[in-house]
Design a protein around this ligand. Structure first.
Ligand code: S3P
Length: 185
């Protein structure tokens, strides 16, 4: 491992349900690096759930929290970071993620994501609705709107369909560091 790679962080971006937190934990464990989940850090610092921040203060206040926490986390080196699905919405966050290190976009078909989320009602109930369109339509809309933003920050795009989190982690490790944007099979 060269020095650059030792210092470089790895951030996971992508929609809800793509496995960012699970894959991030596996990577951190395999690499012996620290792991942080931006959503959990926000909840710990705010002392409230994300759902209640959305419900009581609205999405812009949540996005301010998210930007502050991402600024803190991306200032560190060497860590594995799972971000919230909307972390790419603000340009300031995209710049910080790029400077942080290697950014991996986990992709999955919205239908599969909706199925995964619906199979986990507790997790679904935990999350604020982003639009009033219902889970599947919301995921499809949000994916379309965010695709250029995810693409903009990603060094690597990993298709998660049909892969276990362990397999996704192995795919990422095999490709890190990449010199150009690569689509992993
Ligand atoms: C959001 C995704 C959530 C959380 C918040 C907003 C989004 O994170 O940050 O509910 O805008 O897609 P996960 O992707 O970890 O569920």
């Amino acid at each position: 491992m060269n020095n650059h790679q030792e210092l470089q962080g790895l951030a996971l971006v992508g929609l809800r349900g793509t496995g960012k937190s699970t894959v991030g934990r596996i990577l951190a464990e395999r690499l012996g690096r620290p792991f942080a989940d931006a959503d959990l850090e926000i909840e710990a610092k705010a002392g409230r759930t994300i759902r209640s921040i959305f419900a009581e203060d609205g999405e812009p206040v949540f996005r301010d929290w998210e930007e502050r926490i991402l600024a803190e986390l991306t200032a560190r080196t060497n860590m594995i970071l799972a971000t919230g699905g909307g972390a790419v919405l603000r340009e300031a966050n995209r710049l910080r993620l790029r400077a942080f290190g290697f950014v991996v976009w986990l992709v999955a078909d919205p239908t599969e994501l909706a199925e995964r989320l619906q199979a986990d009602p507790e997790r679904l109930a935990d999350r604020p609705a982003l639009t009033s369109a219902g889970t599947l339509a919301e995921l499809a809309d949000v994916l379309q709107a965010r695709t250029p933003l995810y693409r903009d920050v990603a060094n690597l795009v990993v298709e998660t369909a049909g892969k276990t989190p362990e397999e996704v982690a192995s795919t990422i490790l095999a490709k890190w560091p990449a010199t150009a944007v690569t689509l992993a099979e």
